[in-house]
Design a protein around this ligand. Sequence first.
Ligand code: ADP
Length: 649
Amino acid sequence: MSSQAEKFQFQAESKQLLNLMIHSIYVNKEIFLRELISNASDALDKLRVLSITQPELLKPGELFEIRLEADKEARTLTIKDNGIGMSRDDLINHIGTIARSGTQEFVNKMKEQPSQDNVKELIGQFGVGFYSAFMAADKITIISKKAGEDLAHEWESEGEGEYTIAVVEKESHGTEIKLHLKPVDVDNGIEDYTDYYSVSRVVKKYSDFINYPIMMKWEREETEKDENGMPKKDGKKTTVIEDKILNSMKPIWMRSQSEVSAEDYNEFYKHLSHDWNEPMKTISYKAEGALEFYSLLFIPSKAPFDFYYQGYKSGLSLYVKKVMIMESFEELLPKYLRFIKGVVESSDLPLNISRETLQQDRNVTQMRKNLTKKALDSLKDIFSNEKEKYLSFWKEFGPALKEGVISDYENREKLLPLLLFESSNDPTALTSLEEYVSRMKDGQTEIYYLFGESRSVVENSPHLEVLKEKGYEVLYFLNPVDEIMTQYLNKFNDKNLKSAAKGDLNLGTKEEKEKVEKEIKEKTAEYGDLLKLVQGKLDKYIKEVKLSHHLVSAPACIVGDEFDMSPYLERLLQKDNPSVSFKKRVLELNAKHPIVIKMQEKFHQDKDDKQLADYSELLLGYALLSEGAPLPDSARFNKILAALIEKSL
Ligand code: ADP
């Protein structure tokens, strides 16, 4: 008996996804079964974990299982589980809505690049889980009762923008998903999913490792037997129905690698991660010795679309004696390795244990250490032996490893060789620090880098010139995290890392340095009054005006102190927090540049020449623009510039 059904609209994003599913681009539509079984298994995991603290949620002696029921006449396949179940709100929020950060961007992206391949890839990355069932069904009925609640609900939809929810009767907690199957269409990937053999093949292929029995009734004809147990010639035929378990339930992480095929690992990964793509790397690792545990780790081939968002769910699944006791347990790996998915199984932990206690467990700390080492060793291995793969890994997860340099002191030495940067050496390739060092010139003692918003800003920076002239390579730090990282990364292989835009560049031999020093001293004595005048005009923006040691063709540049933040980072921080104040920096002038030489001449002719002030401002503007920074007063800059052009014409 059901109550009056209420009508609902799917959320806009969901509608679009559904549409894609119904007019599906996927050839192997059978994966819908993998998705539904995976959800059922998750629901059982959730109830199992919950029942540790609330045993009353289970009936005495209740066994967890997933049951598949086919009805050939009605052409339906029902997937039943006695897991956690869904309340009315769950049905609305989890089935009718995709409440994940970044969904909108995902859908926008899909609209921007609507080619089949892109859509396929995007869906792969996003994972549409339950919705995939609409590839095989033209109507779906869910009946679900949440553990611990009294009411059960029926959700129903034809996937066309609307669904209904009604209160119904259901005896026990759990979920039943009834698929009203589309007609069999083998050419388009729709088999007869009411057929035992078809279904069991699909289950074996994608869901063999599922930790709960996946049951299905197997019907067969049996002929009456004679006294020797042989079928009688004209014996009576009866239909025998047997309950069969379709999956082997072997925990894949406890099996030796040689026993498990790459496909099986891939399917397990997809179940675990809800990712539709294959993993980039599978790491099967058994720790032996004082602390024994099994682990199976995966590096995804694509960063999940919400990877760089706040709510991104990370962590490994923790099993104790083949029972999952915690999903997404974050303590097993440091945060910067949060892209790794996987399972860890230990017999050294108690079954009944809270997350909080577990966080402080000595074994967990040790496991985290081992797993981190294993993960970093594997990355090193890919770096050394599978360069292409590493590059694609870096593209997806590089910024995460840089976070590691900041946060993981203990493993910093392991992380540094794994970093890649753009550099002045080759615009088409990334370089490691090791490679940079191998190209260092005779006499070069430091590793130079320059921050900037983009490659072109950095490439045109006046700071680069002197280094280029010497043939020194410069690393381009184009990601804000690079800059924060430099506070923790000041040496590599005994070579200091040095910003090309800060402090003294310390170039040349002792004699050369002394010579330059002497020259600057003499020039400063000569230009001192002009420098004072410029300083006076720019006091509001500039801490000091000096002559430069290293400018070549540019008349001016701005230099920060050794430990100052770059102006780029300052600007980024200011965006979030307007109270961040800008630090005044030093304006350096090039005493060999015609502009500066002529300014000095003008100054000598007439100390009070009004134009000197304008030139000072223009030089400041020049220096700021050349590092991609905004001008403090661009209207004024334009006015001075226009007047100057007019005068010179
Ligand atoms: P995903 O599984 O990737 O989160 P789905 O669309 O497959 O996405 O499922 C959405 C949500 O619906 C799940 O996260 C879960 O909360 C809920 N759900 C789906 N199937 C079940 C089920 N059999 N039992 C309980 N909850 C379920």
